[in-house]
Structures are given as structure tokens and as C-alpha cells.
Write a protein that binds this ligand. Structure first.
Ligand SMILES: CC(C)(COP(=O)(O)OP(=O)(O)OC[C@H]1O[C@@H](n2cnc3c(N)ncnc32)[C@H](O)[C@@H]1OP(=O)(O)O)[C@@H](O)C(=O)NCCC(=O)NCCS
Length: 231
């Protein structure tokens, strides 16, 4: 057999194998999404890929009294320092050192929850500008507003009220620093996030998103007349 022919056969084999593997992975992922979040969630994930994305805008007034959230674990909250970057990356191996350094350079703050010394929770906070990566857009913030983003509890620690306790900790910090409002956004299909935001006192005040692809995107932002309950 000529070398060129065997090369062609090999290339075809690799191509079919990769495509088959990718197809199997994709259908596995789709089944998982349907199991975890339902068919509606899968539908909106597909729409998100083909050009329709939207998020609920949420807010929490820092001067309103909050109930003390009871964590079901002794988690200690504190601000993350740049020297603890390796510990943070151990907690979030899906993120990179340069990504996190850029957040620090931009003046963002990170609050973490530690259980037996290891980070099990984190929440980032920014002021002046809220960068919403999912929608590739920036949102201007008022001087008394804080944008909270990339909140994450390790899977093994979820459902134990770590998020509400973390929010309460950061809330006391920002209230003292003179801020009055938290702003954030959440995917309507993200049930655990909507649930925990709701029980932490967050209200919905608008929707933000876009329709379209590439340069032909129609961006929309709607503010409701009154804020309302998330659930
Ligand atoms: C959203 C998230 C931060 C909530 O953190 P948490 O510390 O688990 O918050 P809570 O303990 O309040 O749990 C919230 C809800 O998750 C659900 N939940 C309970 N156990 C769970 C588990 N083992 N795994 C996943 N979700 C669970 C419940 O609906 C729970 O509400 P309930 O206890 O009042 O019934 C966490 O699920 C997470 O990190 N998700 C991935 C990242 C993400 O979506 N971030 C939010 C962006 S806005």
C-alpha cells in the first residue's frame, strides 16, 4: 500500500473516532443536563449556543436586616490574599493563575470559606464595572453598588447553607465600607443558585441579554418597576 493511501486511511479513522467520541460525550452531557435540571434547561442551553442568552438581574439591599444564616458546617470566612493563590487554584482547578491575577489587578476582592483549612467556597466582588462574561458585556455600577460574581461552593459542600453564610459575611464587610446594594445576575434555569439567592434575601429587578450572533447582536436590558421575589 502506498504511504499516501495509508495516511489517508489513518486520517479518516482518527476523524471518525474523534467525531464519534465527541458525539458520545455530547449526548452524555445532554442526558446529564436533562436529569439534573430538566428539559427546559437543555433547551435554553441550546438556545444560548445559537444566539439567545439572558440572565435575571438580582439585588440585595445591604441596609436591610438579614437573618443569621446557619451553616451546617463550621466554615470560617475571610478575604483571600494574593499569597493564597495556589490554595485558591487547588479549589478551582478550572481557572488559571493569570485569570485570577487579572481580577486582583482590577481591584476585585475575593471572599472564601474554609473548612478544616481548605477552601470550600468563594465569591468575587467588583465595583464600578460589572463584567458579565456569559453575555460579553460590561455593566456600569453606581458608587454604592457591589457586583458579586463567580460564587462557587465545592460540590461536596453544597446544600449546607455555606452560600447564605458567605453572603452574610461579605454583606457585613461592605455595609461597614459604606456600600448599600449588591447587584448580580443568575441563569433562570440554575435552580440551586436561584434558590439560595432567594433565601438570602435577593430580589429580581430586571433581565439582561442578547439575541443574535457575532456582530449582529441585539442587546436588551429591562428594569422592572418594582423588585420582586425570585421564587
Ligand atoms: C449555587 C451555589 C453557589 C449554592 O451554594 P450552596 O452553598 O450549596 O447553597 P445552599 O446551601 O443554600 O443550597 C442552595 C440549594 O442547592 C440545592 N442543593 C441542596 N443540596 C445540594 C447538593 N448536594 N448539590 C447541589 N445542590 C444542592 C438546594 O435546592 C439548596 O436549597 P435548600 O437547601 O434551601 O433546599 C452552588 O450550588 C454552586 O456552587 N453551584 C455552581 C456554581 C453556580 O451556579 N454559582 C452561582 C452563580 S449565580
Amino acid at each position: 500500500m502506498k504511504v499516501a493511501t495509508s495516511e489517508k486511511i489513518l486520517n479518516n479513522f482518527v476523524e471518525t473516532k474523534v467525531t464519534k467520541e465527541a458525539r458520545v460525550n455530547l449526548s452524555k452531557r445532554m442526558i446529564q443536563i436533562i436529569r439534573d435540571d430538566g428539559i427546559k434547561s437543555l433547551w435554553f442551553k441550546i438556545l444560548g449556543e445559537i444566539g439567545y442568552r439572558r440572565l435575571i438581574l438580582v439585588t440585595l439591599h445591604l441596609d436591610e436586616p438579614t437573618e443569621r444564616a446557619k451553616t451546617r458546617l463550621p466554615v470560617e470566612f475571610s478575604m483571600l490574599h494574593e499569597t493564597d493563590l495556589d490554595k485558591y487554584l487547588h479549589f478551582r482547578p478550572d481557572q488559571t493563575a493569570s485569570e485570577i491575577n487579572n481580577r486582583f489587578i482590577a481591584g476585585h476582592l475575593c471572599f472564601v470559606g474554609r473548612y478544616e483549612g481548605s477552601i470550600v467556597y468563594a465569591c468575587w466582588a467588583a465595583r464600578q464595572v460589572a463584567r458579565i462574561d456569559y453575555l460579553s458585556l460590561d455593566l456600569g455600577l453606581a458608587a454604592d453598588e457591589i457586583y458579586t460574581y463567580d460564587t462557587f461552593t465545592l460540590p461536596g459542600f453544597r446544600g449546607k447553607n455555606v452560600f447564605p453564610a458567605g453572603i452574610e459575611y461579605t454583606l457585613r464587610y461592605f455595609r461597614k465600607a459604606g456600600f448599600r446594594k449588591y447587584v448580580g445576575c443568575v441563569l433562570p434555569e440554575n435552580r440551586p443558585a436561584v434558590h439560595t439567592l432567594s433565601k438570602s434575601g435577593y430580589l429580581r429587578f430586571g433581565m439582561i441579554g442578547y439575541i443574535g450572533l457575532g456582530r449582529s447582536k441585539w442587546k436588551f436590558r429591562r428594569h422592572f418597576k418594582t423588585s420582586s421575589s425570585l421564587i
